[in-house]
Structures are given as structure tokens and as C-alpha cells.
Design a protein around this ligand. Structure first.
Ligand code: 9MR
Length: 367
């Protein structure tokens, strides 16, 4: 992307944003100028990002971002008070062979986070995707499969005991209609009761970690949200150690503003659960040339703000994480060819209007 074109767009977008900001909020840029997101955030709200590595990055023409990109690490340490390994704690990455774990990259992130006063969100323990071939293609009895899951949870959660703020224990267990996903090998083979067991095992392995349900497509009410509410009620009634419900919030400007998210989070807060935003990004259709328009950047900023406002408005929403902070490493263009520019910073870590809106909103938050 040409820097000059981008600079023009940034100026135009900032102008557009001023119009936007004049409406619903007071701009606080004066107070937060030069400060980081984490430094202006309310004390009871962690501001997080995915830590780039593994997954789609392995097919890109650059070395592991977290390990080798020094400017990236600097921004990661400066801006954020929480870190989510983007892929490094997923089964296929951390448990590549049945009797071999690969802890190095996850250990490095946990160490970095501790050195920089950051919490870590563990992601994830029970999911249908990014499981290793030995698990997907193996032949196991039900008892074996159950003990494979149990051992995995005790080994991984146990290793980081006391060092993980929140675990996404169950990830994306329902489809859009609110039915259990049959692609999930554990749910398919062992039945949905395995979800409760996963929470129990994770709690035994690290009693202080907050244990979450996590999914996308729960930003608006519907069958999926209803299914999560029913599951949460059931787990709580059975005294299963469930502590939170999280909206990933992978948004696209094709589908409109997330203006019902606050209501969704409130439903889970009302059950006594914590809530969190865990993977926020806002993708858009890129014009030919690949540079977003000023208007697109202003709309994107308003979506980011709506999600942050929803979290700030709900008492126990205690963690707000964006899924990467720079377009340089975003998963979006790899998975959605015509879309992109989904994060709050350009490839060179220059800040977009969305960054400033988040910072001003955090600086002005009262809670
Ligand atoms: O960002 C992750 C990317 O690097 C991986 O290639 C991809 C594979 O599915 O997973 C991405 O992260 C996903 C997250 O773990 C769960 N929610 C959806 C995220 C975006 O696909």
C-alpha cells in the first residue's frame, strides 16, 4: 500500500471521524494523546490482542511474527494488558503427536506476557477445528477418546496453572441453529455432556482460571445465543465451573453494526457470568487499489466503538481483545479474498481512526 495514498486517506478519515465523534461521545484525544490503550483503560478491563503465529501465518512469506518482528513486539507490549495466543495453544500446534507436546512457542508468549504485566487468555481446549491428524484420523474407543481429552486438558491447563487469566474451554460448540456441531469429534463421539466434563477438568487443573464459552455469530440474538443461554443455565444449575461467556466479534461491514451486542452480553451478565470480547476485528470490501475510503474507515471505527461500548456498559465484561492489531498479520485477507483492512493499525503500525476511537472511549469510560 502506498504511504502517500494512505496518509491522505488517514487525514480524510480523521476529518470524517470528527463529525462522527461530535455526535455520540465527547472526544478525549486531548487527554489521551500519546498514551497507550492499556494505560487509559479502566482498571477492571483488560485490553488484549491475539499474538500472531501459527495457523495462516505458516503459509505467509514472513518468519514467525511474535518471535522475529521487533517493532511488532514493542507495540504488543506497549498497547495491551492481555495476550491471546492466536494458534499456539490449539491442539494441532501444542499437541502435534499423541505422545508429544510442543510447548516452546506458548511458553514464550506466557513469559513475554509476565514480563510485560499482561494477562493471558488460553485458546482453546474443546473445538472442532485445528485438531491434529492423529486425533481426527485415529481409531479410539470412547473411553480412550475421553481420556485423551482429559489428559490434554490436565497437561496444558496444568502447565500454565496460575498464569492464565481466562481459558476458552469450549469454542464454537453450536452451529447457527443452536445445534451441537457434529464436526466436533468429542461431542460427536461422546455426546454433549463432554462440555461439562471439559470445564470440570480445566477447573481441577487450574482452580483460579476463569473458564469461558466462546463463539462467533453471537453478536445478535438468535438460535445460537439461545442455545448458549440454555447451556449456561444448565451448567450453572449443575454447579459446573463455568465463569464466562464470550463474543468473538469477527465483524464484517457487509452485515451492519453490532448494535444488539450489549443486550446479548447483558443476558449472560444477568446469569451471574462474566463476559468478554475475545477476537474483535471489522473487515470491509476493499476498493480496487486496496486502500479503504475515509468513509469506510469511519464506519469501521464506529463498529469498534459499538463493541467496546457494549462491554463497558455491562458490569462484568472484564476483557476486551482484538484479533491482531496490524493488517500486516491479519487472518482476514487470507480467508476472505475481497475483504481486508480489518484491524486498528496499518501494516507499518500507523494508527487508523478505529484505534483513536478505542483509546478515546477507554479514556472517557466511567466505571
Ligand atoms: O487467526 C487464526 C488463523 O491464524 C488460523 O489460520 C485460523 C484457522 O481456523 O484460525 C484463526 O483464528 C480463529 C480462532 O481461533 C477462533 N475463532 C475464529 C478465528 C478466525 O478464523
Amino acid at each position: 500500500m502506498l504511504t502517500s495514498a494512505r496518509a491522505v486517506v488517514a487525514v480524510l478519515a480523521t476529518t470524517a471521524m470528527l463529525g462522527y465523534l461530535a455526535q455520540p461521545v465527547q472526544a478525549h484525544s486531548g487527554h489521551s494523546h500519546g498514551k497507550s490503550l492499556r494505560s487509559v483503560a479502566p482498571r477492571d478491563l483488560r485490553i488484549g490482542t491475539a499474538v500472531a503465529g501459527g495457523g495462516h501465518h505458516l503459509e505467509q512469506p514472513y518468519p514467525d511474527p511474535f518471535t522475529y518482528d521487533r517493532p511488532y513486539r514493542k507495540v504488543l507490549a506497549k498497547e495491551f494488558s492481555s495476550a491471546s495466543p492466536e494458534n499456539q495453544m490449539k491442539w494441532e500446534f501444542i499437541h502435534p503427536e499423541r505422545h508429544r507436546y510442543n510447548f516452546g512457542p506458548a511458553d514464550a508468549i506466557v513469559k513475554f506476557a509476565r514480563e510485560n504485566g499482561q494477562a493471558v487468555r488460553g485458546h482453546t481446549l474443546l473445538w472442532h477445528s485445528q485438531n491434529p491428524a492423529w486425533l481426527n484420523e485415529g481409531t479410539f474407543t470412547k473411553a480412550e477418546l475421553r481420556s485423551i481429552l482429559k489428559n490434554h486438558i490436565f497437561t496444558v491447563v496444568g502447565r500454565y496453572k496460575g498464569k492464565i487469566h481466562q481459558w476458552d474451554v469450549a469454542n464454537e460448540v453450536f452451529n447457527e441453529n443452536g445445534e451441537y456441531r457434529q464436526e466436533n469429534i468429542f461431542i460427536r463421539e461422546l455426546g454433549p455432556g463432554i462440555v461439562a466434563d471439559a470445564f470440570r477438568w480445566a477447573h481441577q487443573a487450574d482452580p483460579r482460571a476463569q473458564l469461558f464459552l466462546n463463539d462467533y455469530g453471537v453478536e445478535w440474538p438468535g438460535g445460537k445465543v439461545d442455545a448458549y443461554e440454555a447451556l449456561a443455565r444448565q451448567l450453572l444449575a449443575e454447579r459446573v465451573p463455568l465463569h464466562g461467556f464470550a463474543s468473538q466479534a469477527h465483524l464484517s461491514m457487509r452485515y451492519g453494526a453490532p448494535d444488539q451486542l450489549r443486550g446479548v452480553l447483558q443476558r449472560f451478565d444477568d446469569l451471574g457470568l462474566k463476559t468478554a470480547i475475545t477476537e474483535l476485528d471489522v473487515r470491509m470490501d476493499l476498493p480496487s487499489g486496496g486502500v479503504p475510503t475515509a468513509e469506510q474507515l469511519a464506519t469501521q471505527a464506529s463498529y469498534y466503538k459499538t463493541v467496546l461500548d457494549a462491554c463497558l456498559a455491562v458490569d462484568d465484561c472484564n476483557s476486551f481483545t482484538i484479533w491482531g492489531f496490524t493488517d500486516k498479520y491479519s487472518w482476514v485477507p487470507v480467508f476472505f479474498p475481497a475483504e481486508g483492512a480489518a484491524t486498528v493499525m496499518w501494516d507499518d503500525f500507523g494508527k487508523k481512526p478505529a484505534y483513536y476511537v478505542l483509546r478515546d472511549t477507554l479514556a472517557g469510560a466511567r466505571r
